[in-house]
Design a protein around this ligand. Structure first.
Ligand SMILES: *Cc1c(COP(=O)(O)O)cnc(C)c1O
Length: 284
């Protein structure tokens, strides 16, 4: 169900879908994605998610509500499980892994949902009593312990980036002063050069592979070239300093992460230097 005008929930449409009489179309599970992916819509707040869940449960109390909480963890003082979600899932190479988890995801929620997921992931009767832990449990626990403060650093970097780029006249989502419900900072350039200069600035500030020249290239699953900058300790980890986006209108780069605030700041300063040197923005 698409969001209405790309913003809020389409409550009429949701009601219609939930009350469909055709048994083939009977809905058992609703999934809600908190973050925006490669879109310029707003990230959903936990309160907005709670409103949708109350609405859904008011019509169909038997429906399971699951939230993909990726990038949102610890950015607010509550989580979707506080507002009625039956099940909440996310990635441990983002906020709740604190940069230390090398792999993995989490599932939290009602006892029934967690148990059902566990028997699916292992086997009936064994549930979460067994399973591959790949010798990484200490990193998962330490990462989870560090998660909130690492997320705070990433948030601070995102706010700094929004404020810098807003002052230079670029559109920023969210803007420099809005409330934030995840760590993603989108900046729109309306031309590919801006995205490329930004991504290459982030790459040059990376602790690993800082010499690498990030370039747009085809990616499975995308209909345009994609540029990705990430010189991370954990490959693919986007709680580490990173920036990416599809090379297409409106030419928006999605920036996130930074395990520490000083590193996030360095990365953003490097992007600004590229903007100045390539004549994309005038800093003085
Ligand atoms: C990153 C992400 C995932 C996947 O997480 P992985 O740990 O990379 O598998 C799923 N959903 C959303 C919205 C994400 O941002």
């Amino acid at each position: 169900m698409d969001l209405k005008d790309g913003k809020g929930f389409d409550f009429d449409g949701i009601k219609e879908a939930l009350t469909a009489q055709d048994p083939e179309k009977k809905i058992h599970l609703v999934t809600i994605q908190r973050s925006k992916g490669y879109q310029t819509r707003k990230t959903l707040s936990v309160d907005q998610i709670g409103e949708a869940i109350s609405f859904i449960k008011g019509i169909r109390p038997d429906v399971t509500c699951m939230v993909d909480n990726c990038y949102g963890e610890f950015t607010m003082d509550k989580e979707p499980s506080d507002v009625g979600a039956d099940m909440v899932v996310g990635s441990l190479i983002k906020n709740p892994g604190g940069g230390l988890a090398p792999i993995g995801g989490y599932i939290v929620g009602t006892k029934e949902c967690v148990a059902n997921a566990a028997v699916r992931l292992t086997s009936p009767g064994l549930g979460k009593e067994v399973g591959a832990s790949l010798d990484v449990l200490p990193q998962l626990y330490e990462g989870f312990f560090m998660g909130p403060i690492v997320t705070a650093a990433a948030l601070k970097g995102a706010i700094f980036a929004a404020n810098c780029y807003e002052k230079l006249g670029f559109e920023t989502f969210p803007n420099g002063s809005e409330d934030r419900y995840d760590i993603i900072q989108a900046i729109t350039f309306h031309k590919p050069e801006g995205m490329i200069a930004f991504a290459q600035g982030i790459q040059s500030a990376s602790p690993i592979d800082s010499f690498v020249d990030a370039q747009p290239a085809p990616m499975p699953g995308y209909d345009s070239d994609v540029i990705m900058a990430a010189g991370a300790f954990v490959s693919g980890s986007s709680i580490e300093l990173s920036a990416d986006g599809p090379i297409r209108e409106p030419y928006t780069i999605y920036f996130q992460g930074g395990l520490t605030w000083p590193h996030a700041k360095l990365g953003i300063l490097k992007t600004l230097q590229n903007m100045q040197e390539r004549g994309i923005a005038k800093l003085d």
